[in-house]
Structure formats: structure tokens, C-alpha cells
Design a protein around this ligand. Structure first.
Ligand code: GLC
Length: 398
């Protein structure tokens, strides 16, 4: 094992162990990895899935325990929230920005990209053997498949996990995440019970979003259900741009900001090769868009909204330029599957170098690799997947 690999694995294990939290709430045992103990103390749905994937390398019992905690928070109807407030309720200061029904709520009423079944497949075993996982898929199908083609719709930008991405600017405008009107969006959707159909019928917007549906397709395939990749292509693939573009309803607009999300379906093992090659050659390996020294930036360098150094000022605006390790890993999976071995190895090497110099930060400057945002950030431990590839990763572990 090379020194770089050894050091990436060592930092990953140290941060996972340090961020681990166990406790009991009303007789329910919980245990999970805090995304970053000082900044993000609660259990975030997709952060937990990523952490569980990496835990399998050091203590597979913890992968199971982490995902079981998500299932312990599951409501009887199958719903699992975006954030679960196990040990303390949401603070008053954060209340206007959190999608909870009330301050004492145990979890939000909104979702995050549903990758639980896929994470379970990678880290634990067959997700079909855990009834709660299928129950969540049923809830999503019943409440979020608004057009009957298997694709899911979101009612808030943060449901995508990509909170303030510039691709949401034309959709939510002043009510987008980290904009002054965001608390109005939360208040309005709270009044509508965070119900996607009611939101759409009240004038929307609701969004068929690419990352949510990419991870949903991976989860359905992990459960042995029919893939929604063909539906994703039918609805969101844009032949002229060579990108996946979200759809807004009502109205059917297709905002065309170029962000990493437009390439996310590269993680799908059943993506047709000709689409995959276009995503890689026209965008991912294009120096004016995503081929920066420490790639891939969350927004193409050619976009006017690109802020590679992270934004300044008191309000954090995430996903507007810096490189995040989870997105790098998802795109790297596609590069390897399609045979771009050298480019994939370069991407991994540059990111591993940044982690070695800067530690496991929340995100990195794509020009220099300078570490930005929270320190000891849990899902950045996915660097272990890049440093020490799992042979089954080529088919997205399915
Ligand atoms: C930020 C990210 C979101 C993540 C959360 C906790 O809000 O945008 O994706 O789940 O932090 O790490």
C-alpha cells in the first residue's frame, strides 16, 4: 500500500471514529456519524448513507448501526426525513430554515436523495431483507412520483442535498436556499404540509431533479426493482446540450446552468455508453468547464455564477463552485466504468493530495485544493474509495 493510500485510510478512520455518536431517545437507541460535530450535530440522511459506505472498511457493524438509526426514525407510513434530531431539537435560531412541522419535531418533513438501499447493498447486504427500506421506496413512489413514470419530484432545493446550487436560482428566485426569501418558502411549504401535490397545485414550483433520481435509480436497482434510468433519460436528458437538465412544474422549464449534477447519471451502471461518453468528453474533461486542477468543481468554471473559493459573508451558500468528495466519487465511478482509467486516476490523485495537505474538509477550492468549510467532515472520508478502489466499484457496487 502506498503512503498516500495509507494516509487517506488513516484520516478516514480517525474522522469516522471521532464523529460517532450513540445515545437513547424515548427508549430508541441511535448511533450515527455526525457530519461535523461542531457545525452539523444531527443525523443527516444522505451524509449517513455515505458514512456507512466508508465504515464497512473499518467496522462493518457500524455501517449497519448507522443505517438502522435512519430506519429507527422511520414513520409508520415509510417516510424518513432529511435530518433527524436525535439528541436535541432544532435550535430557535435555525427554526426558520429547517423544514420541520414544529420546533419539537424529531425530524424534518422533507427528504434527501434516497440512496439508503444502495448504501445498504454496498455496506451491509441485501436491502430487500430489511422491510423498512422497501417501505421508504413505497412512500416515495406514492408521494413524490407525480407523473407516474417512476421519477421523483422535490419541493425544496435542499431536498436535493445541493442546497444553494445556482441551478436553483431561476427555479426559486429570492426564495432559493440562502436567499432572503428562503424562510418564506419554508413557511409556505409548512402550511401546505410539505406535500408535493399540494405544492404543485398551489403553483409550485416542484422539480424533477437529476441527483435525487440518479440515487433513487441506484437504490431501486439495489432492491432488485426495475431501473428508472430509461425514464430519467426520457425526461431529463438534453440531447443538444449533452447534459441532464431538471424539469420544473408547473410550466415545464428546463434551467440549463452547468453543474456537476448534470453529469451525475454517470454513476448509473445502466446509462447508455454513448450518453456517458458525451458527458465525460464534452464536459468532465473539458478545461473550460470541469477539468480544473482539483476536479470536479460543483459548478462549471464557464458559468457566471462560479465561485471556486466558496462565498464570503455571513450566510453560507453551498454548491456554487468548490469540489466536494461525494460528487467526485460518483462521477469517478462512471469514468472508470467507461474506461477513462487515466483521467479517473488523475482526479483521484489530485483530490487525495488535497486531503493529505488540508485534512478532511467539507469542500475544496478546485483551483488550488485549499480546504474550505467544516473540518473533519464525515462524507469526505469517501476519499478512501478513491485511494483504495473496491473491485466491485466499476459496476457501481451492484
Ligand atoms: C449542507 C449540504 C447538505 C448536507 C448538510 C450536512 O446543508 O448542502 O448536502 O447534507 O450540509 O452535511
Amino acid at each position: 500500500m502506498s503512503t498516500e493510500t495509507g494516509s487517506a485510510l488513516e484520516s478516514a478512520e480517525r474522522v469516522l471514529r471521532q464523529n460517532w455518536l450513540e445515545g437513547e431517545q424515548d427508549g430508541t437507541h441511535y448511533s450515527y456519524t455526525q457530519p461535523s460535530p461542531s457545525r452539523y450535530p444531527w443525523q443527516w440522511y444522505w451524509d449517513s448513507c455515505f458514512a456507512a459506505i466508508v465504515w464497512r472498511r473499518f467496522d462493518s457493524g457500524r455501517s449497519r448501526a448507522e443505517l438502522k438509526s435512519l430506519l429507527a426514525a422511520q414513520r409508520h407510513d415509510g417516510f424518513i426525513g432529511h435530518t433527524i434530531f436525535w439528541h436535541r431539537p432544532v435550535s430557535l435560531g435555525r427554526l426558520p430554515f429547517y423544514n420541520v412541522a414544529s420546533r419539537s419535531a424529531m425530524q424534518t418533513e422533507t427528504i434527501q436523495p434516497p440512496l439508503l438501499a444502495w448504501a445498504w447493498r454496498i455496506a451491509v447486504g441485501d436491502p430487500a431483507e430489511e422491510p423498512g427500506i422497501a417501505a421508504q421506496a413505497e412512500w416515495l413512489a406514492e408521494h413524490r412520483d407525480l407523473e407516474g413514470d417512476g421519477l421523483l419530484w422535490i419541493l425544496q432545493p435542499d431536498e436535493s442535498g445541493l442546497d444553494a446550487s445556482p441551478k436553483f436560482d431561476p427555479v426559486w428566485g429570492r426564495r432559493a436556499s440562502a436567499r432572503p426569501g428562503f424562510p418564506c418558502l419554508v413557511r409556505r411549504n409548512r402550511r401546505l404540509g410539505f406535500d408535493a401535490r399540494r405544492v404543485r397545485d398551489a403553483g409550485g414550483p416542484v422539480l424533477c431533479e437529476t441527483v435525487v433520481n440518479t440515487l433513487s435509480s441506484l437504490s431501486l436497482q439495489a432492491l432488485g426493482r426495475p431501473s428508472v434510468t430509461p425514464a430519467l433519460i426520457d425526461r431529463l436528458w438534453d440531447e443538444s446540450h449533452g447534459l441532464f437538465l431538471d424539469e420544473v412544474q408547473p410550466g415545464g422549464a428546463r434551467p440549463d446552468a452547468i453543474t456537476w449534477a448534470a453529469l451525475a447519471p454517470l454513476a448509473l451502471p445502466d446509462l447508455p455508453e454513448e450518453i456517458g461518453h458525451r458527458l465525460v468528453e464534452e464536459h468532465l474533461l473539458n478545461e473550460s468547464e470541469f477539468l480544473t486542477p482539483v476536479a470536479p468543481p460543483s459548478v462549471a468554471a464557464s458559468e457566471p455564477s462560479y465561485e471556486p473559493g466558496g462565498n464570503r459573508g455571513p450566510i453560507r451558500r453551498y454548491w456554487r463552485g468548490p469540489t466536494w468528495v461525494n460528487s467526485a466519487w460518483l462521477l469517478w465511478l462512471g469514468m472508470r466504468r467507461l474506461g477513462y482509467e487515466e483521467a479517473a486516476a488523475r482526479l483521484a490523485r489530485m483530490l487525495i493530495g488535497a486531503v493529505q495537505r488540508e485534512g478532511l474538509r467539507e469542500y475544496y477550492d478546485p483551483r488550488t485544493g485549499a480546504g474550505l468549510g467544516a473540518k473533519d467532515f464525515a462524507w469526505s472520508t469517501l476519499i478512501a474509495e478513491l485511494a483504495d478502489p473496491d473491485p466491485t466499484a466499476v459496476a457501481s457496487y451492484l
